[in-house]
Design a protein around this ligand. Structure first.
Ligand SMILES: O=C(O)C1=C[C@@H](OP(=O)(O)O)[C@@H](O)[C@H](O)C1
Ligand SMILES: C=C(OP(=O)(O)O)C(=O)O
Length: 436
């Protein structure tokens, strides 16, 4: 499927974007390992998180979808999963595969984790190495690539692990294996990352000590079923935050968005570029354990380029494709460094964005860990999204600002994180057609 994007109307109105992907994956996983029934409100019905739900169903967990849209996960306790002779398909989801590696390393049975063509090219040593230090046995393809063949019935022991890169997925894989390990498991990070796993473990009653950039837990406890309210995904809201900032005349309200500080670096970057964004926190969301949630009002502003501070990079890791579009129409130079992790996402996001923006006539200098982008006028282009959802959605924004048209190929994967993106975008003013 491809999209045709061209100049639309100013973005107006109020919207709600789908549930948070990170929280949705974790709520299924912890719900399955808990005792009792976990009720999930606002679950992201995207392909990534549905793949995680399907994996746990394959492992013997009953998961219901209620007409209200809620999901009920009938947990069977830490040792209640049943092995499957078929491979467990994580689809397109790096989060799904890496966190599952931690869970499956602690089981008494063998399992094989597979993924789609994009996931099959993504590095897994970052999780298999620390898990091996804990005593796990995991075989990979050459180069540390999936499938992951995980040997069960190993006795795991806790480790004290410093992650080499800022990655919530690596931290979470180690902590989840730590539930099954003898002794204490500790993770420290070079920069604090999203702490949903830690918060959710605490909410499910597992003793855990955590703070900025560190977490510590011990094996041998139990998880108790919970009620989970998933906030709207900031990373999905980000496309509309950027679009409304860039499209003249826009005034858009995005409701009930999760504003976890380790997710909202884009707001800091856009503030440096002169954006007009108001955050209205929702009462009650500040109570301990709850995700902070806010309505976000965005009005158009003339943006200027900025030097994006390196310490903000992990806090806006999935938002760089959208930020690059902002940079390509902002006045002057935007400089990004310290973002080499972008090269190992669903596509090489530095390379894919640079190639597409150049086609649109933007001056982009790519470096190993970032880019220099000089804003200007956008022409027209035929973009290969490389099947990367965030690249496709980002170029649909560029299309709203072009003199000509932008054709974006391979957009089907947008449903991994943001089902219904194109219809929602059209409803507030995007010109975005699809054809197969
Ligand atoms: O833990 C998570 O839910 C995620 C962590 C990030 O990946 P890394 O851990 O690789 O930075 C992010 O890019 C991904 O979309 C979701
Ligand atoms: C990197 C992403 O997800 P994952 O690693 O789960 O595939 C993303 O959603 O941008």
């Amino acid at each position: 499927m491809h999209w045709m994007a061209r100049k639309g109307r100013p973005l107006k109105g109020e919207i709600t974007v789908p549930g948070d992907k990170s929280v949705s994956h974790r709520s299924i996983m912890l719900g399955a390992l808990a005792e009792g029934t976990t009720r999930i409100r606002g679950f992201l019905e995207g392909e990534d998180t549905r793949a995680t739900a399907a994996v746990f169903q394959q492992l013997g967990i009953e998961i219901e979808s209620l007409p209200s849209g809620e999901r009920l996960v009938h947990g069977r306790g830490l040792h209640g999963l049943r092995g499957s002779s078929d491979a467990l398909d994580c689809g397109n989801a790096g989060t799904g595969m890496r966190l599952l590696a931690g869970v499956m390393a602690g089981q008494r049975f063998d399992s094989v984790l597979i993924g789609d063509a994009s996931l099959s090219k993504r590095p897994m040593r970052r999780v298999t190495e620390p898990l091996a230090l804990m005593g796990a046995r995991i075989d990979t393809e050459a180069g540390g690539l999936p499938p992951l063949r995980i040997h069960g019935a190993q006795s795991l022991r806790g480790i004290d692990y410093a992650t080499p890169m800022a990655s919530a997925q690596v931290k979470s894989a180690v902590l989840l294996a730590g539930l099954y390990a003898e002794g204490a498991t500790q993770v420290t990070e070079p920069h604090p990352t999203r702490d949903y796993t830690e918060r959710m473990l605490a909410a499910f009653g597992w003793p855990i000590d955590y703070g900025e950039g560190r977490a510590r837990l011990s094996g041998g406890h139990r998880l108790e079923a919970q009620q989970i309210a998933v906030p709207a995904d900031f990373s999905s809201a980000a496309f509309f935050i950027v679009a409304a900032s860039l499209i003249p005349g826009s005034d858009l309200l995005i409701r009930n968005v999760g504003i976890h500080p380790r997710r909202t670096g884009l707001l800091r970057a856009l503030a440096l570029m002169g954006a007009r964004i108001d955050i209205e926190p929702k009462p009650g969301s500040e109570r301990p354990g709850a995700e902070p949630v806010a309505d976000i009002r965005v009005r158009h502003a003339e943006l200027h380029g900025a030097d994006i501070p390196e310490d903000v990079v992990p806090d806006m890791i999935d938002e760089f494709p959208a930020l690059f579009v902002a940079a390509s129409v902002a006045e002057g130079l935007t400089r990004v460094r310290g973002a080499a992790e972008l090269r190992v996402k669903e596509s090489d996001r530095l390379g894919t964005m640079a190639a597409g923006l150049r086609q649109l006539g933007v001056q982009v200098e790519e470096t190993p860990d970032g880019a220099d982008i000089i804003g200007g006028l956008l022409g027209s282009a035929h973009i290969d999204s490389h099947g990367d959802h965030r690249i496709a959605m980002s170029f649909s924004i560029a299309g709203q600002l072009c003199a000509g048209e932008v054709r974006i190929d391979h957009c089907d994967t947008v449903a991994t994180s943001f089902p219904g993106f194109d219809a929602l975008a059209r409803s507030i003013g995007f010109e975005l057609g699809l054809s197969s």
